[in-house]
Design a protein. Structure first.
Length: 582
């Protein structure tokens, strides 16, 4: 078999290894890329502090069944992802390490499954190419080192796709078939959409109807029992949760049950209240950039892929499933780029067979090289502009810091990354365009997850705000916050109070006034743009800027003489949540 243009310059002895040893080599390389940087940064907004705080409270309280955030029930997501962070926090004692480990390990599992499928369906070389293609897509590495749920649910979905493909295209393998449905259930109690692999049955059924001999041993009446495995896994969490909620019988507990079962599933999909985007959002804004260069490579391999599809219908099934997933998420008005991540591993697997034996179209290398060069020039230019305090960049950084040295250091990082991309063109000129792109991306990623994390850490956490507040108040004081954000709870070294995530601003302020009137040595952090009615911000202490907002510190001296009582007295105090940082 001719060498793939993507792996032509790899030492040939790599491919002489046994399949298992080759997998270990690939996973070792991937582990370096994915694990580098873990422990070097804290949870960053928007989602990471929320999940980290929920996990921290699980360990602190011993209540793992229902997630709590700042002492209040958290109904937006099922608990599996938070359980995983809590488990690693309990094992390591370091939340800074634990919050990134689940997705890192899940991403390594995803890569291993993609390799194994490529090796089983074709050969180890194809499996290797599939792994490298998956790592080439920026969205995969980004999510592998983020504490968002999507990388984990993408892993469970990949396991389920793996099981279905093992059964229908290398089987029969009924154990894997039922395992696929079980992992769909695990995906559902991780983030609702774990059932997506079931869409793969649609093209499989179409193929089966066209050629009844194709799945004569695998597409039988036993397939109808698969959903029972999915329901069993869902029930393992759902039944204890419902029984526990019913035993509590409180308004808050019942609202949690209804929210997690209905509002956050069907209602969120059909009538989303956030992240509203046009139907073409994924096709025009997400896939071209976050999956690059795979979409361009797909176009460059259309002819050889068409030939491969005729020989191996599994590729048609993979591509059809990817289309169905994208259509499914495109129908919902609420869209985020990470939603389509589960389709990415199967895209890499679908492209790999054609790339393993054929060159992309002639236009592909010059276009990719041109984009490579443009990216290098753009990064170098931005770095130079940062050194010279370009007004646009100064304004952008002012959302996070007023220190010009921060911009200059960030400019040095961006300039260095640009030089890496430029030098990679010269040093590896004889390498295939895709190989050069891969090398530059991997080196840049290592630089970002080390040097970049050190630069961004002070800018992506509220430590400066809390440190400024702690210098102005007694050591035994309590801090409260209107319109709270989880990162403030997570990083506070003093008792921290909020006034319910589910209250409106007016009710929060009324509760804050009541809390301050009844609590000695209490202080309030507020954003400086709030129109306060129960407090005055005259003479308030300016704390600084974080997360695009400026914050003020209020004391009892800033209370108005009176304030209307809240409809419901609600405040939740978390004792010294910042202890995990010490």
């Amino acid at each position: 078999m001719p060498a793939s243009p993507f792996v032509r310059h790899l030492p040939e002895y790599v491919f002489n290894l046994s399949r298992n040893r080759l997998l270990l080599v690939l996973l070792a390389f991937a582990a370096v890329m994915i694990l580098t940087g873990i422990g070097l940064r804290s949870p960053w907004p928007a989602d990471e502090p929320r999940f980290a705080e929920v996990a921290r409270e699980m360990v602190a309280s011993g209540n793992w069944l229902i997630p709590m955030r700042g002492g209040e029930l958290y109904p937006d997501k099922p608990p599996v992802f938070m359980w995983s962070i809590a488990l690693f926090y309990w094992l390591t004692g370091s939340l800074k390490v634990a919050f990134l480990l689940p997705n890192a390990l899940c991403s390594l599992l995803t890569l291993g499954l993609v390799f194994d499928l490529g090796a089983r369906l074709w050969n180890p070389r194809t499996g290797t190419i599939a792994v490298l293609l998956l790592m080439l897509a920026p969205q995969f590495l980004i999510q592998a080192q983020k504490a968002q749920i999507d990388a984990m649910v993408a892993c469970w979905i990949t396991v389920a796709c793996y099981g279905l493909i093992r059964h229908f295209f290398t089987g029969p393998a009924w154990g894997w078939y039922f395992a696929a449905w079980a992992f769909m259930g695990l995906g559902i109690i991780t983030k609702g959409v774990g059932f997506l692999p079931a869409f793969m049955l649609i093209p499989i059924l179409v193929l089966g109807l066209r050629n009844r001999q194709l799945f004569s041993d695998t597409l039988t009446w036993r397939c109808a029992l698969g959903p029972l495995a999915m329901l069993a896994v869902v029930a393992a969490w759902l039944i204890p949760m419902v029984l526990y909620v019913n035993s509590l019988g409180t308004e808050e507990a019942l609202a949690y049950r209804d929210n997690i079962l209905f509002k956050q599933t069907g209602e969120r999909y059909a009538d989303s209240w956030g992240h509203i985007q046009p139907w073409h959002y994924y096709l025009t804004s997400v896939i071209p950039s976050l999956w690059f260069p795979l979409p361009l490579l797909l176009l460059g391999l259309l002819r050889p892929m068409a030939e491969t599809i005729r020989q191996r219908p599994v590729i048609m099934v993979l591509l059809a499933w990817i289309v169905l997933v994208i259509v499914f998420f495109s129908i919902s008005p609420g869209k985020r780029g990470v939603y389509v991540l589960p389709a990415l591993p199967m895209l890499a697997l679908a492209i790999a067979p054609a790339l393993s034996t054929r060159q992309p179209a002639r236009w592909f290398p010059p276009i990719l090289t041109g984009l490579h060069l443009l990216l290098a020039i753009a990064l170098i230019s931005v770095g130079i502009m940062a050194w010279n305090d370009h007004p646009g960049l100064v304004k952008k950084v002012s959302d996070y810091s007023q220190d010009p040295a921060r911009l200059h250091e960030a400019g040095t990082l961006v300039f260095s990354v640009g030089m890496i991309w430029l030098l990679s063109l010269g040093v590896f000129w004889r390498t295939e365009a895709l190989g050069r792109f891969f090398i530059a991306l991997m080196v840049s990623w290592l630089l970002y997850t080390t040097w970049g994390y050190r630069i961004l850490e002070p800018l992506r956490t509220p430590r400066n705000i809390l440190a400024a507040a702690e210098q102005k108040i007694p050591s035994n004081a309590q801090i409260g916050m209107i319109d709270f954000k989880e990162q403030f709870i997570l990083f506070s070294r003093l008792d921290f109070t909020h006034f319910s995530y589910f209250s409106n601003r007016e009710q929060e302020e009324r509760n804050a006034w009541l809390w301050m009137s009844k609590t000695a040595d209490s202080y309030l952090i507020v954003e400086d743009h709030h129109d306060l009615r129960c407090f005055t911000d005259k003479g308030a202490i300016f704390l600084g800027t974080a997360h695009r907002e400026s914050y003020l510190l209020l004391s009892d001296k800033h209370m108005e003489p009176s304030c209307a009582p809240p409809k419901k007295v609600e405040w939740f105090t978390t004792p010294t949540p910042g202890d995990w940082q010490r």
